[in-house]
Design a protein around this ligand. Sequence first.
Ligand SMILES: [Zn+2]
Length: 128
Amino acid sequence: MKIPNSELVGRIIREKLKEVGVVRSQQELGRIVEGELKDIDSSFHISPERARRIALEVQDIDVTVETKKSASDKPNNCPVCNYDLEGLYAENLEGEKTRVGFRCNNCGYRGDVDEFMPMRYEFKIRKD
Ligand SMILES: [Zn+2]
């Protein structure tokens, strides 16, 4: 089993997204990337998680995250890329600020106070 380097994987992800436009899950991204890698060398292997992490680092790719409800503790760090999260606040009727969610300035992840667990990812090529 061989581990492909990030640069090669990033290039494949960019090329495939240009071709297909949008990929609607991390599993699908992993499958597509592994398929391409195996055309190059059949011993290449990549996990969907690693493909997703590399996609986050490619400049012209947008990654969006759908979140779901969870009873676990609120994250302090981004559950997608591990960056520090910034709190989002809103004023209630009494004029008090309450935390309504959080946002990651690194990867675009957003969660709210009830729904913050990453559930589904979408990968798109950014069009300028
Ligand atoms: Zn993030």
